[in-house]
Design a protein around this ligand. Structure first.
Ligand SMILES: CC(=O)N[C@@H](CCC[C@H](N)C(=O)O)C(=O)O
Length: 377
């Protein structure tokens, strides 16, 4: 089994090579090198795009239990205090903890490679969680057809909780999400002659402000929604009127109905900008993820295990407006996701995120103990 020191080393090596969705070539190679060092008696390893499936043959394979780790990084320039293991891919960073997720999965897998489980296990190293999404595509793979799991488990790091904390809840855990890409096209021109042009920086500025009214004015205050604009780009030079502008964001909701309400309002407001500013506008919703909905019975089993385990500080948490395409797995396979405390001053998607590595061996041991208990009950 991979030792605690080796786990830290692996996490640091993975941290240095973050790659965006479906570009995880080095990551896949690194993971395969680690997996190929394990006892292969019970393992079948198959690549899928830039991801990997590892099937572990059980002793009494009446069921299959899957464990999923996402493997992609984010387009962020790292600003951690790390010395000697910062990202070597400039402009990319594991700022959502997927380096930690992968390391934990390798740790758990290395234990079951040496200690044959009772049930079959399926380890899924999934590309592109941050976008455009890999879960939906993996669900249609040959590998999932032949190794279809009966239940499924995954975790996500939580910077706000101390190490030793596991937070989860039955039912809704994460929101429905939709990406949002809006393009505006008007007429560029000389800064000194605004009456001859049609300025898309001004149009985009109005639109961003109007989009912020959707949650405030169109979503029931007892429900919840998010419209976040993360990117606004337009123009080429300070004295040139911008011909085009691009607005990029994300929409979140607790229900499908609210997602539809928000999108309808986005369309109406974009249409208003088109008319009011006499420009052309287009909307693209990019990738959409369904909610993460934890199976009540399996989450109950996990909570009961965690309550009995003195090393775990269990928190029954509220749902969050984060998104995860793990929701697609849970739409078809009963399972659950939980937050793992990693005690970082800076949060997810922050260039300064520094998860506490002590959470890695804690998570590995917790998942091994849970899986053994689960299949031997
Ligand atoms: C856990 C987490 O941070 N997940 C991401 C998922 C991204 C979904 C998609 N690309 C979008 O931006 O809508 C999140 O941002 O919640």
């Amino acid at each position: 089994m991979i030792s605690q020191e080796q786990l830290v080393q692996i996490r640091r090596e993975l941290h240095q090579i973050p790659e965006l969705g479906y570009e995880e070539v080095k990551t896949q190679r690194y993971l395969l090198e680690q997996i190929e060092q394990m006892n292969d008696e019970f393992l079948t390893i198959e690549k899928w795009e830039t991801g990997i499936f590892v099937h572990v043959q059980g002793r009494e394979p009446s069921r299959t239990i899957a464990y999923r780790a996402d493997i992609d990084g984010l387009p962020i320039e790292e600003q951690t205090t790390y010395n000697g293991f910062r990202s070597v891919h400039h402009g990319a960073m594991h700022a959502c903890g997927h380096d930690v997720h992968m390391t934990i999965a390798l740790g758990v897998l290395s234990y079951f490679a040496e200690n044959q489980p009772k049930w079959n296990h399926l380890f899924i190293f999934q590309p592109a969680e941050e976008g455009p999404g890999g879960a939906k595509q993996m669900l249609e793979s040959e590998q999932l057809k032949k190794w279809w799991p009966d239940e499924m488990l995954a975790l996500h790091i939580a910077p706000e909780y101390p190490v030793g904390t596991i937070a989860t809840k039955p039912g809704l855990l994460f929101a429905n999400t939709s990406e949002l890409f809006i393009r505006l096209k008007g007429k560029g021109g000389h800064a000194a002659f605004p009456h001859t042009a049609n300025d898309m920086v001004v149009a985009a500025s109005h639109l961003v402000t109007q989009l912020q009214t959707i949650v405030a004015r169109n979503v029931n205050p007892l429900d919840a929604g998010v419209v976040t604009i993360g990117v606004i780009k337009g123009g080429t030079k300070q004295n040139i009127i911008a011909e085009t502008a691009v607005i990029e964001g994300t929409i979140r909701s607790r229900s499908i109905e609210t997602m539809q309400t928000i999108k309808k309002r986005v369309e109406a407001l974009v249409n208003g900008i088109e008319v009011g500013f006499e420009c052309e506008a287009s909307i693209d919703y990019g990738s959409n993820y369904c909610q993460v909905y934890n199976d009540e019975a399996l989450t109950g089993t996990f909570i009961e295990f965690a309550e009995r385990n003195e090393s775990i500080n269990l928190v029954i948490c509220p749902e969050a407006m984060t998104g995860e395409d793990f929701g697609y797995f849970l739409e078809q396979i009963p399972g659950m996701m939980f937050w793992l405390g990693v005690d970082s001053e800076y949060g997810l998607h922050d260039a300064r995120l520094e998860p506490n590595e002590k959470a890695i061996p804690f998570a590995v041991q917790t998942i091994i103990d849970y899986l053994i208990e689960r299949e031997n009950k």
